[in-house]
Design a protein around this ligand. Structure first.
Ligand code: FAD
Length: 378
């Protein structure tokens, strides 16, 4: 019998980027894939282990809601999980007004301004009286003010942005707010995407299924070292690209989040995650019982998690959000690293930190499938 020799591939990072590529290459039958992660678990930032004592599934790195308009990505992931349909809602806590829907909608305006806007035409007319007229808006503040005016922009986005990014809204590029839908009706949903769901048995279960393949092996608590490179035909690397190049052009900035967990006897909030848009240190608060697939039985205490944004240096170098500014300094640094990376034939940088881009889960899966499929035909 002739034994088939398969090429060895190393994948750094068992998040969505790494796991997607691992499975695609293994399924081709041509590669043996070894995937490593410096953490002691798979699933990257989507890791959602069960807290057995509280009978809750808790997303360790903040709530992750799957949403996409791309049926192919949903179908692809549906090989590894069943889903619970879930349309995400967020409300903001506003001093003296209480909880109001976010994105701003008719109810938000009626509550804040004690008015009775009846329909979309009323809402549009009302916003017309508030909105600014920045010609060719240059930053996120001008985009928001052109829709909501200066007061609502400051109330919902100005102070929130300051604590989230440690930057003024006017220092952020327009695309930061482009993700938030504009509502003139009573639609209370946070996303517009046609597909919105949570994995029925959690993201960890989805990842276990994705990596369950005879040609995939996994090493946890294993940090990438350059000496590993010689053992593999190709490396797909989701580590921070600046760290790989020893930060020789400078460190790429990231924002991070500290998660503060509180166990309470009683608690009420109207939606799974609420936003705090005031000057206080917290940005969001999650009541895990309220996410579908997270409430796993009776408990004696409730767990809520509050989020405090910070720089990644203040959170054990946990890099969550790449920082992009209007002035474009981080983007320029990233371009220099990308230029270096393009000279490496044996390595492809992937994912959020490898490509220095904020990806939602469906986006990182789409990008990683493309990278894997291009590699297979190269
Ligand atoms: C707070 C927060 C909330 C989010 N909410 C949503 C949401 O609601 N919906 C949505 O679609 N997306 C959400 N996202 C985005 C989602 O987390 C990303 O799309 C996804 O994590 C990207 O996958 P990745 O594989 O690129 O990165 P990661 O998930 O970060 O995986 C990268 C892995 O690489 C490992 N690694 C890094 N360096 C090394 C090294 N040197 N050696 C070994 N291993 C290494 C890391 O330990 C990590 O596990 C959220 C992100 C954050 C931070």
């Amino acid at each position: 019998m002739i034994s088939e020799i398969k090429d060895n591939i190393l994948i750094v990072g068992a998040g969505f980027a790494g796991a997607t590529i691992a499975r695609e290459l293994a399924d081709s039958g041509r590669y043996k894939v070894h995937i490593i992660d410096q953490r002691n678990h798979i699933a990257g930032n989507a890791y959602d282990p069960i807290n057995e004592a509280l009978k809750l599934r808790v997303h360790q790195y903040g709530p992750h809601i799957f949403h996409t308009n791309d049926q192919r990505i949903f179908d692809h992931l549906s090989r590894f999980t069943q889903w619970i349909p879930y349309q995400h809602k967020v409300e903001a806590w506003i001093d003296k007004a209480g909880y109001v829907p976010l994105p701003i909608n008719r109810t938000t305006l009626n509550t804040l301004y004690h008015c009775q806007l009846k329909d979309e035409a009323d809402v549009k007319n009302f916003l017309d009286t508030l909105k600014c007229h920045h010609l060719a808006p240059k930053n996120a503040q001008e985009i928001a003010e052109n829709i909501y005016g200066a007061e609502l922009t400051q109330l919902f986005f100005g102070r929130y942005t300051q604590k989230m990014w440690s930057l003024k809204l006017s220092e952020l590029p327009t695309e930061v707010l482009a993700r938030l839908p504009v509502r003139y009706d009573d639609n209370p949903h946070y996303f517009n995407d046609a597909i919105q769901a949570m994995p029925a048995q959690g993201y960890l279960h989805l990842f276990e299924n994705m990596l369950d393949h005879p040609d995939i092996s996994v090493s946890l608590s294993c940090t990438f070292e350059k000496t590993m490179e010689k053992n593999y035909q190709h490396i797909f690397n989701s580590m921070p690209i600046d760290v790989y190049f020893d930060e020789k052009y400078g460190a790429l900035p990231y924002r991070s989040i500290q998660f503060v967990h509180e166990r309470l006897q009683e608690h009420y909030q109207p939606v799974p995650t609420v936003n705090f848009t005031d000057e206080g240190m917290y940005t969001r608060q999650t009541d895990w019982r309220l996410y579908p697939g997270c409430d796993l039985g009776k408990r004696s205490e409730i767990l809520i998690t509050k989020e405090i944004p910070c720089s990644y240096e203040d959170n054990n170098f946990e890099r969550y959000y790449p920082v992009k500014t209007v002035a474009g300094e981080p983007q320029k640094i990233y371009k220099r690293y990308r230029g270096e990376a393009e000279k490496l034939n044996h390595m492809t940088f992937i994912g959020r930190c490898g490509q220095y881009i904020y990806y939602d889960m469906h986006q990182v899966v789409a990008n990683s499938l493309k990278i894997a499929r291009n590699f297979l035909v190269s």
